[in-house]
Design a protein around this ligand. Structure first.
Ligand SMILES: *Cc1c(COP(=O)(O)O)cnc(C)c1O
Length: 429
């Protein structure tokens, strides 16, 4: 693991793996389900969590572990656990904290998949979620808490509504309630936003997006900040402090301290739910992270330039990009996303929903895909696709207007991107 003194650009390239003399320079793909041992005592240590060596790939494997180390370093956390998808990462993070009867407070304008997971599937499991306007005051957020509240959740940069979360306000509210703050940092990435430094306790990612960056691999990640004091709230989090009967009475926080949450995630959630990342996907995601700093800079530059162009275009009604001066999230973006406001913008084509659909069909360079974070410029109409499961009321609560077009601005030449949007807009009339 490289020295913490290195800056994020260096960490993107170097963290997580260092070849020994004569070993592969690039992290190898270790494609195995299992690992050999020569005596029962060594295997017993694995089962007692006395040894962190590998035994079975559902619980962890070398290539996946290199990615975990890299992400932990990039976010400045104490440990990280990879998952099979961003959905799985959010699911196991919350299930590691909550059980039936518990309650979560989440920002309303989060990713549609997470909104469904929390609002529909968790509800069936007996976990209740209150969705709130993330611009409520600290006192108003605290007032939403119940005795059974166990976590606060928000996205540093909301997908696709693009609100910038006031992480410090949420962190203060979480501290007053006595629960951890979980921040999904997918759209910003650790290059642009540092949730743990602003008081978040955990960071989650869909690595499917910018971490991978090339639209090859679905994956997720949970990063532990290591600062939450589980003992101070022992009554709320018995699973972290009381003996685990499935591990001979092991107490996670007492034994593993600032990595206790991650050890429990691996030992219970990956073991029981099996939502493990595959080695090949970890390998591809590591390749992506190597250039994350370069890509995020260019994605942000291109998105800002396209946002400015669209704002002045006669065929658009409005443009939402937090990096655009005058945007309602501009001040918060300056604070939480100082190196750039990311690669996603949204806008409304004049003529509403029908004009929006026509515009999409006119594009030549940009592709219609259900994705963000690719190096290729991608466009989507959320109301009719990613968010169609939500009622119109819930869509509006989440900031999804019927004419909204989401653009994930790629790393192509910005003049080519602008020319494509210009010709497609002109042909709408
Ligand atoms: C895509 C996404 C997810 C879900 O991730 P998958 O890898 O698609 O399962 C969660 N949160 C945000 C912000 C996302 O953009």
């Amino acid at each position: 693991m490289p020295d913490k003194k290195y800056r994020i650009e260096t960490q993107c390239i170097q963290a997580g793996y260092k070849a020994e003399s004569g070993q592969p320079q690039v992290p190898p793909i270790v494609q195995n389900t299992t690992y050999r041992y020569y005596n029962a005592a060594d295997v017993a240590k694995l089962f007692d969590l006395e040894s962190a060596d590998f035994m079975y790939t559902r619980l962890g494997s070398p290539t996946v572990n290199m990615l975990e180390e890299k992400m932990a370093a990039l976010e400045g956390g104490t440990a990280a656990i990879a998952a099979s998808s961003g959905q799985a990462a959010n699911m196991i993070t919350m299930l590691n904290i909550c059980e039936a009867g518990d309650h979560i407070i989440a920002a309303a304008n989060i990713y549609g998949g997470t909104h469904n997971l929390f609002g529909v599937t968790f509800k069936k499991m007996g976990i209740d979620v209150t969705f709130i306007d993330q611009n409520l005051s600290e006192d108003e957020i605290v007032a939403m808490a119940r005795p059974e509240t166990r976590a606060l959740f928000g996205e540093s940069l909301g997908n696709p509504a693009l609100g910038v979360l006031d992480i410090e306000k949420f962190s203060r509210a979480a501290k007053r309630i006595g629960v951890p703050l979980v921040v999904d940092n997918t759209l910003a990435s650790p290059v642009l936003c540092r949730p743990l430094e602003h008081g978040a306790d955990f960071v989650v990612h869909s690595t499917t997006k910018w971490s991978d960056g090339h639209a090859t691999s679905v994956g997720g990640m949970v990063v532990e900040g290591g600062k939450f004091d589980w003992n101070a709230h022992a009554d709320k989090f018995p699973g972290m402090v009381e003996p685990d009967e499935s591990y001979h009475g092991l107490k996670y926080y007492e034994k593993f301290g600032d990595q206790a949450f991650s050890v429990k995630l691996r030992a219970q959630m990956l073991r029981d739910l099996g939502c493990t990342m595959a080695p090949m996907n970890a390998f591809l995601t590591i390749q992506g992270l190597d250039t994350l700093h370069l890509r995020m800079e260019r994605h942000s530059q291109n998105a800002l330039a396209l946002a400015k162009f669209l704002k002045d275009h006669p065929m658009t009604d409005w443009v939402k990009y937090p990096g655009l001066e005058g945007d309602e999230d501009y001040e918060r973006a300056q604070k939480y996303l100082p190196k750039g406001a990311g690669g996603v913008l949204s806008f409304g084509v004049k003529g509403g929903r029908a004009a929006g659909e026509k515009f999409l069909e006119n594009l030549e360079l940009a592709s219609i895909v259900v994705h963000v974070g690719d190096i290729r410029t991608s466009v989507l109409h959320p109301a009719s696709t990613t968010h169609r499961q939500l009622s119109e009321e819930d869509q509006l609560k989440g900031g999804i207007l019927p004419e909204l077009i989401r653009v994930s601005v790629g790393c192509e030449n910005i003049e080519d991107i602008i020319a494509d949007f210009d010709q497609a807009l002109k042909k709408v009339k």
